[in-house]
Design a protein around this ligand. Structure first.
Ligand SMILES: *[C@@H]1O[C@H](CO)[C@@H](O)[C@H](O)[C@H]1NC(C)=O
Length: 340
């Protein structure tokens, strides 16, 4: 009897004690540092990426995802952990182009309130996107497991992909979103209420240009906020349809059952950059032109070149004319001279 009671108390403590956190309310983000000290650290994520203040680093190579486009045959597990929707990834997916080899573990999403177009965690020039995808990896050369790596500097590498609303449905994201209705309620710990997703090319979730990204040292954006993440936030955004965003915002609950609470607005507020450097793999000035600007620039250069050519042509012609006139007169004078 006593032991059963004790076990129950331990179970309740484990479930609702320090482990319990939310985005708002009495266990909301302002209170995270009280239970999770690292959340009050000086190298936290997410951040606002101010492109005028980033440092261009020509040594940063294009990121190379391996196995991302080879879905394999195993089903992928998708579950609602009350904070987000999370898809487990096999270790056949890994990243090169970072200081170490990082293998994939899981991916999950962050989004805003119903109808909101601001739900990303990272911002670029103080502008939030509608949602954000995080693909979590750990340094498998140096550590045996995710939990071990998660506590060590640069133990983790997370890819951040900003998501905006576009005209058409994104079929890659539909591989995840079409299953949300199967996992509407939270499960405490897997394996619980889970669903299986047929394997698909995770590469399609990434933006087309992988060579343009921002890199900085930061943290997990949820408790325990370990400052162990080497962040890569892609400059290019991906697009999903308005209907897809609504599905993400309206399907899930953060609770196990009644009374149910919508799982929305699961993003952390911006954290101070402090003394950190944000690197850019690309030169802002060269790539920040739009197609229109590019066209007018090209046209400007063309017209300028034609004008310059014309000027040079006429000047040369004039010089030649003058020269031949001079030559004639010289011939004349010399002829004159001989005659003399
Ligand atoms: C991250 O921190 C490590 C170790 O302090 C440092 O060597 C590296 O240059 C930092 N990376 C960035 C992008 O600031």
């Amino acid at each position: 009897m006593f032991f059963t009671l004790l076990l129950q108390v331990i179970w309740i403590l484990a479930a609702f004690g320090d482990e319990h956190w939310t985005y708002e309310g009495p266990h909301g983000q302002d209170h995270w540092p009280a239970s999770f000290p690292e959340c009050g650290g000086s190298a936290q994520s997410p951040i606002n990426i101010q492109t005028s203040s980033v440092t261009f680093d020509s040594e940063l190579p294009a990121l190379q995802p391996h196995g991302y486009d080879q879905p394999g045959t195993k089903l992928l597990e998708l579950h609602n952990n009350g904070h987000t929707v999370q898809l487990s990834l096999p270790p056949t997916l890994y990243l090169e182009g970072l200081p170490q080899k990082y293998v994939a573990v899981q991916l999950h999403l962050h989004w805003g309130q119903k109808g909101s177009l601001m739900g990303s965690e990272h911002q670029i020039n103080s502008k939030a996107a509608a949602a954000e995808l995080h693909i979590v990896h750990y340094d498998s050369d140096s550590y045996d497991s995710l939990s071990e790596a998660a506590k060590s500097p640069q133990g983790l590498a997370v890819l951040g992909i900003l998501i905006e609303v576009g005209e058409t449905e994104n079929p890659a994201y539909e591989h995840i979103l079409s299953h949300l209705h199967e996992i509407r309620y939270k499960v405490r710990s897997p394996p619980g209420q889970m669903t299986s997703v047929p394997p698909f090319s995770v590469k399609e979730l990434l933006p087309p240009v992988l060579a343009q990204y921002f890199r900085y040292n930061g943290s997990l954006t949820t408790p325990p906020c370990y400052q162990s993440v080497l962040w890569t936030v892609f400059s290019q955004k991906v697009q999903i349809s308005k209907e897809q965003l609504e599905k993400l915002q309206e399907t899930l609950f953060s609770t196990e059952k009644e009374p149910s609470q919508s799982l929305v607005q699961n993003y952390r507020v911006l954290q101070p950059l402090n003394q950190r450097t944000v690197l850019a793999s690309f030169n802002q000035d060269e790539s920040s032109y739009t197609t229109g600007e590019m066209l007018s620039l090209g046209l400007g250069i063309l017209i300028g070149s034609v004008c310059l050519l014309l000027v040079v042509y006429f000047i040369t012609k004039k010089i030649q004319k003058k020269k031949s006139r001079n030559e004639k007169s010289v011939g004349f004078t010399s002829a004159h001279a001989t005659v003399e």
